[in-house]
Design a protein around this ligand. Structure first.
Ligand code: PA5
Length: 458
């Protein structure tokens, strides 16, 4: 039931316990400041009306439309948590063989024309229900995906009235283009609550409607988050694992280890690592601190999945530059047990595998990588989820959201804004000729023209 964080190996190289203890009061102050402001995302587990409205909508969609495919259109914080939960908790091969009575669920978080074009050519569009997710209601990828699929559904069903039934829009309750359109077309909407930014929104309707559509246990996910939220708000600062995680990582970053490797040893957790990457990067990578000074700070999160990436990344991790901190994510128990059996048990090549299990092997491989990293003096910690279920995934989300907030506080930056992302969004809108962005488009073109080309071909 408990999430267990073993920090022992973080003090294997570079960081001393004494230095860590010296900085604890600063981290405790960051935690206090965070608790005083208490952002809305932290209490999503108490907002039961969100789950009720998402569940009711999911039941209605299934009863009235029985969609074969349920498709999320969104990007960044509107998509990554959904992909992560589907990978972690839905049947592994649900895109081919979903649980009985549930649709096949997909998250289309790219406008790559080959990906979307193939989808349009392959999936029966009249058997889909779409959930368009955009807090701001102005993200160009999500807007364009909506237009593509709305057109396709209208063509397939023959009218706006029928097409509208196949869409749910999850967006801001008041502002943004989607809100305006939904009001005009009378599209069904779910709300992204006020004060809940994209990458902190997975436990809001941004995630809950999808989890209900996939037949997952949203309630337990919220309970897992509640446990971490409540415990980490009341534990003494020196006993709070989110605080310790944040402080140790900030200290390692400051002393030359800015690359933070997230290393789950469970294939079903691989997309949680993508969710974590966005949370850690977008929250902590900032140009300015809270005093308005230019600081250009932030860790670089990297994803590795064990044991696959042992055969891809570990050579670098163990013998390359000592500029990384490692977080292994371990499952106490996998859902399945797979015995290797004993074919060729007499062969020296296989005898050590006879009658063993893949469960035993994956844990031994994890330990092997840990030993090799520790022997090289590389700092490593392990976060253990007792097992893979909705409750523990909820714990995981809350753990990293809180740790990220505290890390931002220790670093003296705002972890909840994303001006860099906004500048990219504005540049794309400008280059697409969006009204009001003409000057910016001219600036971008002038700047591109001023660069001396250096292009090679072969
Ligand atoms: O975390 C964030 O704020 C971003 O990654 C957003 O989620 C992403 O840019 C999509 O924004 P929106 O939900 O407004 O379409």
């Amino acid at each position: 039931m408990a999430l267990k964080l073993d920090l022992t190996g973080l003090f294997a190289g570079g960081l001393s316990r004494e230095d860590f203890a010296t900085r604890l009061p600063q981290a405790a102050a960051a935690r206090d400041a965070h608790l005083q402001t208490m952002p809305a995302w932290r209490k999503l587990h108490e907002a039961t009306h969100h789950l009720e409205s998402c569940r009711a909508r999911a039941e209605a969609v299934k009863a009235e439309q029985a969609p074969e495919f349920f498709v999320v259109l969104g990007i960044g914080g509107s998509a990554l948590g959904n992909s992560a939960v589907l990978a972690a908790l839905a049947p592994v091969y649900q895109e081919w063989a979903p649980a009985e009575g549930q649709p096949k669920c997909m998250v289309l978080d790219s406008i790559d024309p080959d990906w979307i074009g193939e989808f349009l050519a392959t999936v029966p569009i009249d058997r889909c229900h779409f959930n368009v997710i955009s807090k701001s209601g102005g993200t160009i990828e999500t807007s364009s995906e909506f237009l593509v699929f709305y057109q396709a559904v209208r063509d397939a069903l023959g009218s706006d009235e029928e097409a509208c039934k196949r869409f749910t829009v999850t967006t801001d309750p008041v502002g943004g283009h989607f809100r305006k359109l939904c009001d005009e077309l009378d599209l069904f909407t779910l709300e992204v609550p006020d004060g809940v930014g994209g990458r902190f929104s997975v436990l809001s309707p941004v995630g809950l409607f999808n989890f209900e559509m996939a037949g997952l246990d949203s309630q337990s996910m919220l309970e897992g988050a509640a446990r971490v939220d409540n415990m980490c708000a009341t534990l003494p600062a020196d006993q709070d694992p989110t605080l310790a995680y944040a402080l140790a990582h900030v200290m390692h970053m400051e002393s030359g280890r800015p690359i933070h490797v997230h290393f789950p040893y469970a294939h079903r957790l691989r997309l949680l690592a993508d969710w974590y990457k966005q949370l850690w990067a977008e929250s902590l990578g900032k140009k300015q601190n809270l005093a308005g000074e230019v600081v250009h700070v932030g860790p670089t999160p990297v994803k590795a999945v064990g044991p696959t990436d042992q055969h891809s990344q570990c050579q670098l991790y163990i013998e390359g530059p000592d500029d990384k901190v490692y977080t292994m994510v371990k499952l106490g128990k996998h859902t399945h047990t797979v015995n290797i059996g004993k074919p060729f048990a007499d062969s020296p090549a296989f005898s050590h595998l006879a009658n063993r299990s893949l469960n035993e092997l994956i844990e031994v491989e994890r330990q092997g990588t840990e030993v090799a990293l520790l022997d090289s003096g590389r700092p490593i910690c392990t976060l253990e989820l007792c097992k893979l279920d909705a409750f523990h995934v909820g714990q995981y989300f809350a753990f990293f959201e809180i740790a990220t907030s505290i890390a931002g506080g220790i670093m003296g930056i705002d972890p909840f804004d994303q001006p860099g992302v906004e500048s990219g969004k504005i540049a794309a809108l400008s280059l697409m000729g969006c009204t009001g962005y003409e000057d910016r488009a001219a600036e971008i073109r002038a700047s591109a023209a001023s660069r001396e080309p250096f292009v090679l071909t072969c």
